[in-house]
Design a protein around this ligand. Structure first.
Ligand code: MRU
Length: 357
């Protein structure tokens, strides 16, 4: 029998053997394969090839990757250790450019080292392991809190549209955009979820549909270009999406196709919610224009998920992985510290100034 994906750990550390464990998401939904990774090159590749993906999960994988890098440094001299550790963190940070959680998590790991100048290297390594585990455990708590706030925005029986996968497979537990759905489900709510397939890499079809069905949620898969038609029929009461980076003015960068959904939701007068851990808010980005949008390989569009190539050889391809939903299209940004409402420059700043959870 195939394993229920909700019982799998998306990203974890095998403490005994010092190995990073991830569910290989490029194999889903066909096969649940757990990868055991220790080498920096393999962890970098796992992130860049989307074997592990989703902003929070990438951050956790990178934190464990940084810890494993530290374990592989034999020097006991602080300066030498610290230089080599920084080089490894820079390398892991180069795996993907858009999700701020990657840099946020590596920044936390680097601060453990920079703040421990007078400690023996062996002790610093233990502290790095503890910090990575903390980052992981906090993610589950943060997602749960987002789920609780998100649940206050929906009613039993609602139709909810979502894009890409911002679920448990993108985090440690619950997800962000899917957290209210999972929590609601465990409390007996009956939502009807429309999952956009999310071209070109099909995170909606392959991952969201699998995760929601495994949780027993009523799930309908649609092609991205069907969203307007489904909304027009009155089947959608809210849209919930995740995000990779929120700018200080509330512009929210998420999987390509998100901004189109936000425009449609505005047209049909459907609330559009972005779910974002505060670690995803980047106050140094004034607006969406300051966010680096990853561009990925042309073959993802022309052939990767087809049995045979579906576009003429040599055609030019533009393949941005993300886009930005403008803040004026967003009804609310759901964080673990509460729901930010427009004007976002004020509400996000005060949420960022609050203490943790
Ligand atoms: O390219 P991916 O699959 O990593 O993109 C993921 C998304 O766009 C998610 O919506 C986002 O990272 C939030 S995950 C909680």
């Amino acid at each position: 029998m195939t394993k229920n994906i909700m019982s799998c750990e998306t990203v974890a550390l095998d403490n005994e053997h010092n190995v990073l464990l991830i569910v290989d998401q490029t194999k889903l939904p066909g096969r649940v394969e757990i990868l055991s990774l220790t080498k920096q090159e393999d962890i970098h590749r796992a992130i860049s090839s989307l074997q592990v993906r989703g902003a929070p999960a990438i951050g956790v994988a990178a934190a464990f990757g940084a810890y494993l890098a530290a374990c592989g440094i034999s020097s006991n001299d602080y300066d030498d250790f610290s230089r080599k550790f920084k080089k490894s963190c820079d390398y892991l940070a180069s795996s993907r450019p858009t999700a701020v959680n990657l840099f946020w998590a590596l920044g936390r790991m680097e601060r453990v080292v920079s703040g421990s100048k007078n400690l023996p290297v062996s002790e610093i390594k233990d502290m790095l392991r503890d910090e990575a585990i903390r980052i992981r455990n906090e993610d589950a708590e943060v997602c749960r809190a987002i789920g609780e706030y998100g649940l206050t925005l929906v009613n039993d029986g609602d139709g909810i549209m979502t894009h890409c996968n911002a679920g448990q497979l993108a985090t440690v537990r619950y997800g962000t955009a899917l957290a209210p759905i999972h929590l609601g489900r465990s409390r007996g709510y009956g939502f009807r979820v429309f999952a956009c397939e999310t071209r070109p890499l099909l995170q909606g079809a392959r991952l969201t549909a699998l995760e929601l069905m495994d949780d027993g949620v009523d799930t309908t898969l649609i092609c991205d270009n069907m969203a307007s038609s489904v909304m027009k029929r009155g089947w959608v009461q809210e849209v919930f999406v995740g995000c990779d980076r929120v700018a200080a003015n509330g512009d929210s960068c998420n999987k390509i196709g998100t901004s189109g959904l936000a425009i449609l939701a505005k047209y049909y007068d459907i609330p559009f919610y972005v779910c974002a851990p505060t670690s995803t808010i980047d106050m140094s980005a004034k607006s969406g224009q300051d966010i680096h949008i990853e561009e990925r390989a042309p073959d993802e569009v022309t052939e990767l998920w087809y049995r045979e190539r579906m576009a003429p050889a040599g055609v030019k391809v533009y393949n941005p992985a993300f886009d930005v939903a403008d803040s004026e299209l967003i009804t609310g940004i759901v964080t673990e510290r509460g729901i930010a409402r427009p004007p976002y420059s004020d509400s996000l700043a005060s949420i960022q100034n609050m203490r943790n959870l």
